[in-house]
Design a protein around this ligand. Structure first.
Ligand code: NAD
Length: 209
């Protein structure tokens, strides 16, 4: 079994991956010294070398890292070459935006269905999806072997939706509702809150702006 990577390492690997895809050709044969990558990301070069070594990538003295090898190793380590089937519960502003955004496909996310309880929304199209009634949730999770449930319902509905997905056999939950959900430990989950990013901006605008 490969080395277990902690959350901070995973997040830094994703930053390297985004940087490589934004500023370089991830398929080309360019190289980059860790000091340059460190400068681009305002990180420490030693940390970058350590993170990349953890996924089996070693730089060459005075040359640095082969960009295509770094990109491939990160894709493999983070599992982007796999496909993760997902359902979204709550076809409102946020759920609709996630469903319509095609960019997550490059990380393996495949949204197979979008659910809501609002009769005025059921049957409408969002991107390539038709909004389905919540009654079909369990059937779709089992029938399509869905791995991930994405929660974009109001706070008061989030726990019940979670419980239903867990019972239906979901493996992971990506929770956008502002609720600390009770989720069994064997299910991988992530609570996403954009205000964490906003707090970073707020801090710097307050103290350095
Ligand atoms: P919205 O009102 O536009 O959408 C919510 C949708 O959920 C509606 O279509 C509603 O009909 C549906 N819904 C309600 N109860 C349901 C149930 N039991 N089952 C299925 N569908 C149900 O709201 P929004 O702006 O899209 O926000 C959705 C959630 O995401 C809220 O909890 C909000 O606080 C949260 N949010 C989080 C972030 C973040 O950074 N994490 C950012 C924006 C919104």
């Amino acid at each position: 079994m490969p080395q277990q990577l902690n959350r901070q390492t995973l997040e830094r690997l994703m930053q390297y991956y985004l940087c490589i895809n934004r500023d370089f050709d991830p398929q080309g044969n360019q190289t980059i010294p860790s000091a340059r990558l460190a400068q681009l990301l305002s990180l420490d070069g030693t940390q970058i070398r350590k993170d990349l070594a953890a996924i089996g990538v070693k730089g060459q003295c005075r040359v640095g890292f082969e960009i295509s090898r770094v990109a491939e190793a990160i894709r493999k380590a983070l599992g982007f070459e796999n496909v993760f089937r997902a359902v979204i519960i709550g076809a409102g502003h946020l759920g609709g935006a996630i469903a319509a955004y095609e960019g997550f496909a490059r990380y393996g996310l495949q949204v197979v269905a979008l659910f809501d309880i609002d009769p005025g929304k059921i049957g409408l199209n969002v991107g390539h999806h038709v909004i389905q009634p919540l009654e079909k949730l369990e059937f779709v999770i089992k029938d399509r072997d869905v791995h991930l449930g994405i929660i974009t319902v109001p706070a008061d509905a989030a726990q019940e939706c979670t419980d239903r997905m867990v019972k239906a056999g979901i493996k992971g939950i990506w929770n956008f509702s502002p609720v600390n959900l009770k989720i069994p430990p064997e299910i991988i989950s992530r609570h996403e809150d954009l205000s964490v990013g906003l707090a970073y901006l707020s801090y710097h605008l307050t103290h350095n702006g």
